[in-house]
Ligand binder design. Sequence first.
Ligand code: PMP
Length: 290
Amino acid sequence: MKIYIDGKFCSERDAKVSVFDHGLLYGDGIFEGIRAYNGRVFKLKEHIDRLFYSAKALLLNIPMSHEEIMRATVETCRKNNLRDGYIRLVVTRGKGSLGLNPNRCGRPSVIIIADKIQLYPPALYAKGMAIVTVPTVRNLHSAVNPAIKSLNYLNNILAKIEANNAGVEEAIMLNAEGYVAECTGDNIFLVKGKQLLTPPLSAGALYGITRATVIELAEQSGLKVSEPNLTRYDVFNADECFLTGTGAELIPVTKVDGRVIGTGKPGPITRKLVGEYHALTQVSGEPIYK
Ligand code: PMP
């Protein structure tokens, strides 16, 4: 495997960062998870735009332009002969001192890894997943804003541990007001009648790229999409529920906190959107091999 670090490609064995990098010492940095399908990088521009928005929120100066990072991402896929896979793009604050002052750090480091993706077990895509609500609430906007895809993912990791302890793969995180925010690594959608519902981003969610794509697909097929505040009651009484994420794609949810959702099987609207999403991934994106 060839890994991109600061303009050079190195082997996995040589791909190292300093122990003084503030990405390691303080979680001071940002990342993106991107997919390649059928020889194309899916929604590359959207991911790079979001990376720059996260950087702006942290006053982190990425030492490359949008175009340069897009080119480096495609080049990393090419160097690894990747046609289908998962790309992890990381920008750390860079090497600094043991104090937390980011002004003492030199140049931010840009790392790109192109590898395979580990999805949820295939059986869960077919029969739907059981999830739970966990006690750890989503970060406040006024603390570490959940819109920032930062290297400090402990809020989500704590929730993931609680999900694991409950014997499930994913969990609903509520915000401090008790409204549904999102899951630990996925956004959440409900179907009620002919309506598709998803929490507003202001409820405390990542501005999911799969979320935006699904909203577009749903609107194209005439579904009404709205973004109201949602409670657990709304989730329990939905006809269908599914999660979205670059890694997860669309995965049906059939049980939440012991309540069976809808018929207990992946519903027709979920299945239709899954099909449309997969079709789109096969034909759109930035070509890796020109
Ligand atoms: N929420 C969180 C907390 C995430 O980490 C992710 C990405 N894995 C998502 C939602 C989904 O976002 P996207 O569709 O852009 O991958």
